[in-house]
Design a protein around this ligand. Structure first.
Ligand SMILES: [Ca+2]
Ligand SMILES: [Zn+2]
Ligand SMILES: [Zn+2]
Length: 226
């Protein structure tokens, strides 16, 4: 994966659509690997990573059907209980770990054929995967900054994971840092993503739906976008 484009500029995060509100709700249909209370804690912590650096807040919904973010687990052909069949079947153990859809879809699906764990290097760290997928749920595409949570490869368990500045820049470009607006300046940050670059952005562990693979909207601070 190249770190610079053909003109030598470093590419960083990029974003998709965004939620039109900052107070979002979520609902968890639990998976089988961890206790419900552990999953609740992990998902709340994952959302807090994003909330802490943005104007967003998250609260639990009473049902999946009235939640903005709909979190569920399933194998192969799958769907949340209040959803139609997901168009992207999972692939069994390993490979794809989870996937999530851009705003304002809200579905975040985790592959029940993985072994999700908490606080150990065994299995697949649910917190890391959740933070990454919720980034997509909030409108962030993959970054090619290798340390970023939104880098498209699971990097294994880290004891004290944290968002990188690149992840923080991405969420703040959409929602601001403390309720101060945010939002990308679309006219100044639309870039054509060439097919070859899209291929570079493909990944093995966490597909998202690319609505049009030839285009990507890149939001940057206005002076060094690609
Ligand atoms: Ca899988
Ligand atoms: Zn799915
Ligand atoms: Zn991803």
């Amino acid at each position: 994966m190249p770190d610079v484009d053909e003109e030598g500029r470093v590419k960083r995060y990029s974003t998709s659509s965004k939620w039109s509100k900052k107070q979002l709700t979520y609902y968890v249909e639990h998976g089988a690997d961890l206790s419900r209370s552990t999953q609740d804690r992990v998902f709340a912590k994952a959302l807090k990573f994003w909330a802490d650096v943005s104007g967003l807040s998250f609260s639990k919904a009473s049902s999946a059907s009235n939640a903005d973010l709909k979190i569920s687990f399933g194998k192969r052909t799958h769907r949340g209980r209040s959803e139609g069949t997901c168009g992207d079947a999972f692939d069994g153990p390993s490979g794809v770990l989870a996937h999530a859809y851009y705003p304002s879809d809200g579905r975040a699906h985790f592959d029940e054929d993985e072994y999700f764990t908490d606080g150990t290097s065994r299995g697949t760290n649910l917190l890391w995967v959740a933070v990454h997928e919720f980034g997509h749920s909030l409108g962030i595409r993959h970054s090619n900054v290798r340390d970023a949570i939104m880098y498209p490869y699971y990097t294994g368990y880290v004891a004290n994971m944290a968002l990188t500045q690149d992840d923080i820049d991405a969420i703040q470009s959409l929602y601001g840092s403390n309720g101060n607006g945010g939002g990308c300046k679309l006219l100044s940050c639309i870039a054509i993503l060439k097919r070859s670059m899209y291929d570079d952005f493909r990944f093995t562990n966490s597909p998202i739906t690319i609505l049009n693979p030839h285009w990507m909207i890149a939001c940057d601070e206005g002076n060094d976008m690609f």
